[in-house]
Design a protein around this ligand. Sequence first.
Ligand code: AMP
Ligand code: MG
Length: 327
Amino acid sequence: MSAPALIGTDLDYAAHCLQEGKLVAIPTETVYGLAGNALNTAAVAQIFLVKGRPHFDPLIVHIPDIDSVERYAVTFPAEARLLAERFWPGPLTLVLPKRDIIPDLVSAGGPTVALRVPNHPLTLELLRKTGLPLAAPSANPFGYISPTRPEHVAAQLGDRISYILDGGPCNIGLESTVVSFAGERPEILRLGGLDPEEIQQLIPELSFSLRQSANPMAPGQLDKHYAPSTRLVLTGNIRQYLAQHQLPPKTVLMMFHHRVPEWPAEQQVVLSTSGTTIEAAQHLFAMMRELDSSGFDLILAEQAPETGLGPAINDRLHRASYQESST
Ligand code: AMP
Ligand code: MG
């Protein structure tokens, strides 16, 4: 099979690569994933290598439907099934006790596996075509901003993967919400593209375990993550921040909804013209990337409101703003 251009929509070629143990970037509704056959240890090892991802950081396994869960998980509790029936395909990852068929490399040596049915027609077709579970973390170098367009993947990993399946821009733009059913009670391990209130409506006793540490249960819990190279500062009150700080001249404001009239218009971007957290989430990572490559010395980001996807957006911004030296 001859290789097509790096970015394209050739499902047969993508399936062929995955069956050969190679890596393919796949579109999902959350972010682009760096996919490999989850049952092939060499392919999984290659994912860690290409991303520069530490091995303590487990991978999400993508599956085509709910019926596939029991192939990879020992148990599928009723409440987990309830969530899967309501939100799959969608931005929800379920952590369940794993079967032995899942390599330890995928689970970072732990007894659980994270499973998700992504909501993207191309990737669902690819999953069905290959019949393989696909391990796929975000398709970016570890710690950097997640990719929400095929060009983002090409720019950073293009020379190290076989193919990028082009599914257009991701329409959610934040990683999945991770819910664990491996402990005594269901708990959210990572905020993401699914509003936690929607989960709580189905599972009222849901708890939150959003630890922040450098030795996390979930990689999205690392203090520094999703980070641009340009210094980023996060503030809940932009006007007060501007009044109280001397900022470098090349400071750009990343506003949630409204611009600041007294700041130069060409040094401001708005995440959501409609003022919704859903729209802001769609634009967040692409905007951070664009600002990161525009020669600014500082990105001053305004917090999103604490409703809907706001807490997940603020979580990403908070980690993007983390500085080792400023603890
Ligand atoms: P990424 O795919 O890079 O966005 O990150 C994978 C996410 O999956 C992490 O943030 C973890 O929260 C989660 N994850 C994957 N496997 C597990 C697992 N076995 N236990 C807990 N969390 C997991
Ligand atoms: Mg990631």
